[in-house]
Design a protein around this ligand. Structure first.
Ligand SMILES: *Cc1c(COP(=O)(O)O)cnc(C)c1O
Length: 366
């Protein structure tokens, strides 16, 4: 069986350090908003070249608070994509604002910058883009629009820790970057966690208040916030793992290169890394017209694969109202063709070879 992600191998590599970190928190007996979080916030914002990091409960909350604390609400519109995890869009809707979908680029599967301007109205307040699969969105045209129309840029970097656009870390390019440390992410906790990063001091202060019941001082509430904090145990764990992130991302990139090479002659479409991008392959996603059969074939040979994502957000049951309004041809086509192959830093050359061979085998008989 070749697993999609191998958590046990990851843990084996860092077990002692992780246990020490957890023990440190237990000895201190301080679990919420303490030293570990403060240090991790500093370390992670430094890593991204930014001044502020605000630890929250999840990537979903990071996105939600980004919208909420920016003062975006009912009547406002946020431009986003439908080919993403539902949390991106949920964050917009939870705040009362309306998501406005644009299609994706057929090569990179990220927001198509050429499709944005026609969707901008008087109500547009922000653009929420997603560096999906760990592949950076083309940011320059989006930054130009943000200046021209005075729009806030929120980056959903939940799958893209360490990915770069023109040498800059994604999440640090727009106004607000949102990260998830869900266990499967390139930087993953042993539970739920997330972070908002920014250089905007005023916003940073707001995020801090909003994540902690809207209180400036204990029991003095300026507005209605939520409870969304990154706890000390997860912060201590993430501090250990952050030191390995670049090394692990490089291993993913090597694995991706090997897949690319071995699948080059086949008629599946492999991921693309544009000249502006450093892709960190949170997911290695191929495309095939025969996707469902290919997936069954790999299942039968005990290769674990997934589809990210089978149903575009605007066509999901939760968002039925948008299904009729929107036609997003690229988004709607590729969700029937995409397949995520096993990808993690501990995948071996032999495993990648046998997966690639199976794919070739399937293709010659189908
Ligand atoms: C994982 C993810 C989220 C949500 O993060 P959670 O920590 O699971 O809430 C949001 N957007 C994208 C693109 C993600 O991959």
């Amino acid at each position: 069986m070749i697993l999609f992600i191998n958590f046990k191998k990851a843990y084996a590599e860092i077990k002692e350090e992780i246990q020490k970190a957890i023990e440190r928190v237990f000895e201190r007996q301080w679990f919420i908003l303490g030293e570990e979080l403060e240090k991790f916030e500093k370390e992670f914002s430094d890593y991204n070249g930014l001044k502020y990091g605000i630890g929250v409960n999840s990537g979903s909350d990071a996105l939600y608070l980004a919208v909420l604390a920016s003062g975006i609400s009912k009547g406002d519109e946020i431009i986003t994509i439908s080919h993403t995890m539902t949390s991106t869009v949920d964050a917009i809707v939870r705040s009362g604002a309306k998501p406005v979908f644009v299609d994706i680029d057929p090569m990179t599967y990220t927001m198509d910058p050429l499709k944005i301007e026609e969707k901008i109205t008087m109500r547009t307040k922000a653009i929420m883009l997603v560096h999906l699969y760990g592949n950076p969105t083309d940011m320059d045209p989006i930054l130009e629009l943000s200046v021209k129309y005075n729009l806030l840029i929120i980056e959903d970097a939940c799958q893209a820790h360490g990915a770069e656009y023109k040498g800059k870390k994604v999440g640090s390019i727009g106004d607000i970057g949102c990260f998830s440390f869900y266990p499967t992410k390139n930087l993953g906790a042993y539970g739920d966690a997330g972070m908002i990063v920014t250089n905007n001091e005023e916003l940073a202060l707001k995020f801090k208040l909003y994540r902690n019941y809207g209180q400036r001082k204990r029991y003095y509430h300026n507005f209605i916030g939520i409870n969304s904090r990154l706890d000390e145990i997860q912060a201590a764990i993430l501090r250990v793992k952050l030191k390995y992130l670049d090394n692990w991302n490089n291993k993913r990139r090597k694995n991706a290169n090997l897949y690319d090479e071995l699948l080059e002659e086949s008629n599946v479409i492999t991921p693309i890394e544009k000249e502006y991008a450093k892709h960190i392959y949170h997911l290695y996603v191929i495309r095939s017209k025969n996707r469902d059969k290919l997936k069954d074939y790999l299942d039968k040979h005990e290769i674990q694969t997934y589809i990210h994502y089978p149903i575009p957000v605007h066509q999901s049951k939760a968002y039925l109202e948008y299904k009729k309004i929107y036609k997003l041809p690229v988004t709607e086509r590729i969700c029937n063709e995409i397949l995520s192959l096993p990808m993690h830093p501990w995948l071996t050359k032999e495993e990648i070879e046998s997966i690639s061979e199976l794919i070739q085998q399937f293709l010659t008989t189908n």
